[in-house]
Design a protein around this ligand. Structure first.
Ligand code: GLU
Length: 518
């Protein structure tokens, strides 16, 4: 007998409550890598049943951020103007809720607010089968109940008042009168919910700790629990890969699968993201939105590489840290995801980004860095020749080696763009050097640089010439020259600086320093 293997289907199911969080990017990425590796399908579904938390433009923003990162999906919501050509043959509908958004695939709609009828039907089914019940309790009563429980140091649990006290007739009467109601799951008592999590192994919850979940809210919208289970089932999702914050919800989901008699998908809960202080990552510790990192000039390859390593690495004995998307697809294994929280270390992100910047061609570097440079005050006020493409490319060639992110471009080396820097004359002296010696050295440098022809004014030549002139006492020669050219104690090498600013400017700056000494 040939057993047909079930095709892998995963989903990323963000709520449009704001920008894409780096944790969300990781969930999306792991889903993407897993689907790619297994030749499966990834679905992008919008979970917008919490109307109070909806943020205008969030759906579009989420799609943009995922696209920016190079994460692709085959089914679900897409941006109207950027639908990949090969998708045009598929089943496509305009989203009713979000203009400009398309829904592609045979399991739609992929926006939960467009599926309200479906949830209602399934909730009704559970009621008919006695697995769920109407609750007409008013918010005030629930509030009092919770306060009492809190005072008795008990966990907040619905006391099943409506299950025990509201008769069939009363229910029908209430419904006829259109009294507001919710529908609650009747969670069985004294049972265990056990499931196998790919990351966490066997997970077990006692049902006595699980509240009778609200499935349908009084506004006619389903709760996350009902909507997500119904959709994962109807959309044929085989693997649910999501953040650990959803682990406590999973037993409720398993109970729902049981109540419906549906096959439970495989779960993988990804470790929490922690700040460097090992606390849950939140806005307080800095940027958490992908858009913030785009704005700061991180390369998508670097952010993806960094995020991929938040909870996964290729395993013992393998020290590779730089991975292209292709390498991630071939190396990634969901079973190797760690249980322990993953520390979000910005220094590491910077390092990785720096590695990618180093690999850029001069053209790419220029294209990517220029928009950031154009934003800088020091660049706007620079003389015109310092803004030419040729000049900027030289600056970038020097900065490339150490630049960690594009928003830093030029920041450490503003002297490339103006010479208004001031420094104390004393700074020109290396250690105990006297001012007479400083003068000697600067005069020598002026003479040497003055003797270099324009043709020979290359980065390589200048490096050699100045090193040779410095001889044994490098510090004594190069330090005063560096300060004269840059006003700084730390900078790229004086020969590199001289190369960028050019012969006339280099000599002008040396003369200015000499004038200070006299
Ligand atoms: N809508 C949930 C969120 O915003 C998705 C949780 C899940 O993946 O089940 O993260």
């Amino acid at each position: 007998m040939i057993v047909e293997e079930k095709k892998i289907r995963v989903r990323f199911a963000p709520s449009p409550t704001g920008q894409l969080h780096v944790g969300g990017l990781r969930s999306a990425l792991y889903n993407y890598l897993f689907a790619k590796k297994e030749s499966g399908t990834m679905v992008l579904r919008i979970e917008d049943t919490d109307r109070k938390r909806y943020v205008e433009g969030a759906v579009e923003g989420l799609i943009n951020s995922l696209e920016w990162a190079g994460i692709g999906w085959q089914e679900g919501v897409f941006s109207n103007d950027r639908l990949p050509a090969e998708y045009h043959k598929r089943q496509i509908a305009d989203s009713v809720s979000y203009p400009g958004i398309l829904e592609v695939g045979g399991h739609g709609p992929y926006v939960q607010s467009e599926r309200l009828g479906i949830y209602k039907e399934y909730a009704q089914q559970l009621i008919k089968e006695g697995k769920a019940y109407y609750c007409f309790c008013e918010p005030e009563r629930l509030e009092q109940m919770r306060e009492k429980q809190a005072a008795e140091k008990k966990a907040p649990m619905y006391d099943r008042y409506c299950l025990a006290n509201v008769s069939e007739d009363k229910i029908n009467d209430n419904l006829k009168k259109e009294c507001p109601y919710t529908i609650r799951l009747k969670v069985p008592r004294n049972e265990a919910v056990v499931f196998e999590d790919v990351v966490r192994g066997k997970v077990s919850f006692g049902t006595n700790t699980i509240d009778d979940q609200v499935l349908m809210k009084s506004d006619g919208f389903p709760t996350y629990h009902l909507a997500s289970v119904v959709d994962d089932h109807l959309m044929g999702i085989t693997h649910v890969i999501r953040g650990e914050e959803w682990l406590p919800s999973t037993p409720k989901h398993v109970l729902l699968y049981r109540a419906f008699g549906w096959e439970v998908p495989t779960f993988a809960h990804l470790p929490l993201l922690l700040s460097i202080e090992k606390k849950k990552l939140s806005k307080r510790q800095g940027d958490v939105a992908v858009e913030d990192y785009i704005k700061k000039g991180y390369l998508k390859e670097a952010l993806i590489n960094f995020v991929a390593l938040l909870g996964w690495n290729p395993g013992k004995g393998k020290t590779q840290e730089i991975f292209s998307m292709e390498e991630l697809i071939s190396e990634f294994e969901i079973s190797k995801v760690h249980k322990a929280g993953a520390v979000f270390d910005l220094k590491k992100l910077d390092w990785i980004n720096g590695q990618y910047i180093k690999k850029l061609s001069p053209e790419e570097l220029h294209v990517k860095a220029l928009p950031f440079l154009l934003e800088k005050e020091f660049f706007a006020s620079a003389p015109e020749d310092c803004k030419s493409e040729k000049y900027v490319r030289k600056v970038l060639e020097i900065e490339q080696e150490r630049l960690l992110k594009f928003s830093d471009v030029g920041e450490e080396n503003k002297f490339f763009f103006n010479d208004i820097f001031v420094f104390e004359t004393g700074l020109l002296a290396w250690k105990e050097m006297g001012m007479d010696r400083v003068r000697e050295v600067l005069e020598k440098a002026r003479e040497i640089l003055g003797g270099v022809s324009n043709e020979d004014w290359t980065r390589e030549n200048l490096g050699e010439i100045l090193l040779e002139a410095a001889g044994e006492n490098r510090g004594e020669f190069l330090w005063p020259l560096r300060v004269a050219l840059t006003g700084e104690q730390k900078s790229p090498s004086p020969s590199d600086v001289a190369w960028v600013i050019g012969k006339n400017e280099a000599i002008r700056r040396i003369e200015r320093a000499l004038a200070l000494i006299k």
